[in-house]
Design a protein around this ligand. Structure first.
Ligand code: FMN
Length: 198
C-alpha cells in the first residue's frame, strides 16, 4: 500500500502503514535484528538512548503470550497474529547526571519511527499501540523504578482478509489520511500557516 503523499518522500515513508491484519507467521531473525538496529541508531537527547524493549517472537511461546497479555483486549485481537511483540520502556532520568529527562518519550518515538521504516523496507509493517496495561508490564517484567512502561509495538507481515467481511481487514482498507501541512507548519504567530505550505 502506497499513500498519496503531497510531496515525494522516501519509499519507506510512503509505504509504511499500521496493519490490523497480520499474517500469523514467524519473521526471520535477521530482519528483526535490522529493525532493532534501526531503532538503536535513533538520535536522542545527550545520546542517552532512554528506550528499552521487552521482546518476544511468536515462536517464543510463553514469552509471546506474556507480551500479548499486556495489551488491552482490543489490541490483542489483531496483535496475536504479529511475528514480534515489543513492550517499550523509557528511562526517566539522564544516565549522565540523574536529572529528569523530559524528552525521553520523544526519543522513544524516534526509535520507534526508525524501526517502523526499517520494517517497511524489509517487507514488514509495524503497528504501535498506546493501548497497553502499563502496570501489568511493570509487574510481568519486573521493570525497576526510574523506568516507565509506555507503549507496545507489533511487527509482522501484513496479511490478507480471512473472508469477504473480515472486520480487521476492512479497517486496513480505509484510506490513510493526514492533516495538511498548512495545519501543522506555522510561522509568525501560532496557528498562522507558513507561506511555504499555504
Ligand atoms: C504512539 C501510538 C499509539 C497507538 N496506539 C494504538 C492502539 O492502541 N491501537 C491501535 O489499533 N492503533 C494504535 N496506533 C496506530 C494509529 O492509529 C495509526 O498509526 C494511525 O491511525 C495512522 O495510521 P498509519 O500508521 O497507518 O499511518 C498507535 C500509533 C502510535 C504511533
Amino acid at each position: 500500500m502506497r499513500s498519496e503523499t503531497d510531496h515525494e518522500v522516501l519509499p519507506a515513508i510512503a509505504e509504511r502503514w499500521s496493519p490490523y491484519r497480520f499474517e500469523p507467521r514467524v519473521v526471520e531473525d535477521a530482519k528483526v535484528l535490522r529493525c532493532l538496529e534501526a531503532a538503536r541508531w535513533a538520535a536522542s537527547s545527550y545520546n542517552d538512548q532512554p528506550w528499552s524493549f521487552m521482546f518476544a517472537r511468536r515462536q517464543d511461546g510463553k514469552a509471546f503470550e506474556t507480551a500479548l497479555s499486556c495489551l488491552l483486549e482490543a489490541n490483542q485481537q489483531w496483535a496475536q497474529h504479529a511475528g514480534v511483540l515489543l513492550l517499550t520502556v523509557i528511562r526517566t532520568t539522564f544516565r549522565r547526571n540523574g536529572k529528569p529527562n523530559r524528552v525521553a518519550l520523544h526519543d522513544l518515538g524516534a526509535a520507534a519511527a526508525g524501526m517502523a521504516l526499517q520494517a517497511t523496507a524489509e517487507g514488514l509493517q509495524v503497528h504501535q499501540m498506546a493501548g497497553v496495561n502499563l502496570s501489568r508490564v511493570r509487574q510481568a517484567y519486573r521493570v525497576p523504578e526510574g523506568h516507565e512502561p509506555q507503549t507496545a509495538i507489533a511487527i509482522g507481515y501484513p496479511g490478507e482478509a480471512r473472508d469477504a467481511d473480515d472486520p480487521l481487514a476492512s479497517r486496513d482498507r480505509q484510506p490513510r489520511t493526514r492533516l495538511p501541512l498548512s495545519e501543522q507548519v506555522f510561522a509568525g504567530v501560532w496557528g498562522t500557516s507558513a507561506d511555504l505550505v499555504r
